[in-house]
Design a protein around this ligand. Structure first.
Ligand code: ZN
Length: 296
């Protein structure tokens, strides 16, 4: 288990994002500059909160990144939430997690959008655990109408909505904007790929039982309301895509974190699967140098 230093502090993000590694199997954001195995885990003690409306921290949150956007979060109260599961066919998934059973008990699934690298294992994981897969309303509507999941495992919500699926006192989850698309590809009865409504892509703000807040951005480009979302929710940890091409590149993500969101920790995700990963130290250094380093 890793220490909080294995997350990038906002300052260390400048270094972590300056190079775009060959894949999640080789590196992750580390404040100490050390690399890890493909699965990147960290246990973080939630901060002692003095902000009005937030409870004082007493427990810990475990975050396990499994490549691309797949993340398992274990809350201080022991609830297991899996976001964007893509494991069985993901070439970057650690061998030990190719079997969905390796995730252990899963209480809740979150889906940011319908693209296969976020959705592929949602139906199987939901059925295996009898766990609801919360996602954008349009996507979940399509899942029910196509018979992918029954309605009770495919609850709907949308941007700005907050759910408390474990009841009062449990984790709170809010859907927020992401600048992306969300086409759902599904095979018809003849086995032909067909396109369906995938709803509006989202990110998720997860507030743990002890007040620790995580923003899983999903897939997104930079957008100006990242500042608003940062001001509204004050995320302690942001899981930020950096792979470029379909999402922010490292320079974009560095600017967004430093100038708009200003979290305490950042974990770069969604990079290394394709050769068109945009980030290179030689390209990003001049841009990074043009901005003052943030404070963690
Ligand atoms: Zn993606």
């Amino acid at each position: 288990m890793l220490t909080p230093a294995r997350f990038a502090t906002a300052a260390a993000l400048l270094t972590a994002l300056a190079g775009c590694a060959s894949g999640p199997g080789t590196t992750t954001a580390t404040g100490a500059g050390t690399s890890t195995s493909t699965a990147s885990a960290a246990t973080v003690a939630a901060p002692q909160s003095t902000t009005a409306g937030r409870t004082t921290a007493t427990g810990k949150t475990e975050v396990l990144w499994l490549g691309q956007a797949t993340t398992r979060i274990t809350t201080p109260g022991g609830k297991v939430i899996v976001i964007d599961p893509w494991l069985t066919s993901n070439p970057k998934t650690p061998a030990s997690f190719k079997d969905l059973k390796a995730l252990g008990k899963v209480d809740l699934i979150l889906v940011t959008h319908a693209h296969f690298d976020h959705f592929a294992d949602v139906p199987a994981l939901a059925k295996m655990n009898n766990a609801p897969a919360w996602g954008p309303a349009g996507l979940n509507d399509s899942m029910v109408k196509l018979g992918i999941l029954p309605a009770e495992l495919s609850p709907r919500f949308g941007k700005g909505g907050t759910i408390t699926p474990f009841g009062p006192g449990g984790p709170k989850i809010t859907a927020v904007h992401a600048e992306h698309s969300s086409e759902l590809t599904w095979k018809d009865a003849a086995g032909k790929d067909t396109l369906h409504t995938g709803g509006e892509p989202v990110g998720f703000i997860l507030e743990m039982e002890n007040g620790f807040r995580i923003w899983h951005m999903g897939d997104t480009a930079v957008f100006g309301d990242m500042r608003l979302i940062g001001d509204m929710y004050h995320p302690d940890l942001v899981l930020s895509p950096i792979g470029g091409h379909f999402v922010m590149n490292p320079q974009d993500a560095a600017m967004a974190m430093r100038d708009m969101v200003k979290p305490r920790y950042v974990l770069p995700i969604h990079y290394g699967r394709r050769r068109n990963c945009a980030g290179r130290r030689r390209n990003s250094k001049p841009r990074l140098a043009a901005h003052p380093a943030p404070r963690a």
